[in-house]
Design a protein. Structure first.
Length: 350
């Protein structure tokens, strides 16, 4: 079955619809029926097959024309005024709720307001007040703090726009165990997003960490290294290295690659009954990449200077000696002249 992917908001998730006989291209606007009513959305992916997808999808009513697109944009402009009016009515009724967003359906048969609240809110009087104000069906929908951050947007601690408001279509469960596996600080201020929940990016590399945990020894494991037996004091999952405190060298741990250690006991425990093999693991040799060039030897770029013959050395020595002798003779004559001048200056004047 072929489907098209349609988004109703720039940062919203994509939904599948049956294109039917319509020839729909990526970037077109289509009119469809959703749980909220008749809406106009943008096609983010043309007709394609989805393997393993057997759920029934709703058909596309029609390809949106210029009137539908103009109405959709007008609704988005009018909803700003509706948002401010709803905020005023919430303050008038003294309700403990925070308004997040509002949206019209394409035919303006329904106006939906999204809000957050710590507890349940009795907004029946508010709905009556808004219905008399807008003369349409009013729906108030309570959402979570993660949905609020997705709708409002912002900047994360990394300096980039929030993942949920840019490209994440749906939220994935994130637990504190992910932060522990990645050896992160358990300070809530460092691992929480602007929504106050654990950051979604903890899920991105979790599969790689889980795979590394299966292959790496645990802390305090008893291992055999090329330098002898010892206990693991620290594990670096990203570099796949372990720090081992050797029995023969307890003064400080040494770093080894994962392939350089043979695990004799994984985790804490006693060494009783553990037989240490006679053959130790081999040293890890860093593989050389094919595209890496060998280091350039600058010495080979110069032509070596041939050694001087003995007679040439003697001639050069004589020339340099003759120059030194001339300098000495000139230096000896200079004081005599200075002495003559000084003698003349010392004669008394008649």
């Amino acid at each position: 079955m072929k489907v098209v992917s349609v988004k109703f908001k720039e940062n919203g998730r994509a939904y599948y619809f049956d294109p039917g006989a319509f020839k729909i291209k990526e970037g077109d606007f289509v009119v469809v029926t959703t749980a909220r009513g008749t809406e106009c959305g943008e096609v983010v992916r043309a007709a394609h097959e989805v393997p393993g997808f057997s759920r029934e999808v709703k058909p596309v009513i029609r390809v949106a024309d210029a009137v539908d697109v103009r109405r959709m944009r007008q609704n988005r402009a009018d909803v700003q005024q509706a948002y401010h009016i709803c905020e005023q009515r919430i303050a008038a009724h003294n309700l403990k709720m925070k308004l997040v967003d509002a949206e019209y359906t394409l035919d303006r048969s329904k106006l939906v307001f999204y809000f957050t609240a710590d507890n349940r809110v009795d907004f029946r009087e508010l709905v009556k007040d808004l219905a008399s104000q807008f003369h349409t069906r009013i729906e108030l929908r309570q959402i979570g703090v993660r949905d609020e951050a997705k709708m409002i947007g912002g900047l994360g601690c990394c300096g980039r726009e929030l993942c949920c408001s840019t490209y994440l279509d749906d939220f994935h469960p994130v637990s504190i165990n992910m932060a522990k596996d990645q050896n992160l600080s358990l300070n809530p201020a460092k691992i929480s997003g602007v929504c106050g929940r654990l950051m979604c990016c903890l899920k991105y590399e979790q599969d790689a960490y889980e795979d590394a945990i299966k292959r790496m020894p645990k802390n305090d494991s008893f291992v055999l290294t090329p330098d002898g037996p010892g206990n693991v004091s620290d594990v670096n999952l990203l570099k796949e290295t372990v720090n081992v405190r050797l029995d023969d060298r307890p003064e400080g741990p040494r770093c080894y690659h994962n392939c350089e250690v043979c695990v004799l006991r994984n985790g804490k425990g006693s060494r009783d009954g553990i037989v240490i093999p006679d053959q130790r693991p081999e040293r890890y040799v860093e593989p050389v990449k094919e595209d890496e060039m060998p280091p350039i030897s600058f010495i080979s770029d110069f032509t070596p200077v041939p050694a001087d013959k003995p007679e040439e050395k003697e001639k050069r020595r004589r020339r340099s000696r003759g120059g030194r002798d001339r300098k000495k003779s000139e230096g000896a004559a200079a004081p005599e002249k200075r002495g003559d001048k000084s003698a003349k200056a010392d004669k008394p004047v008649k």
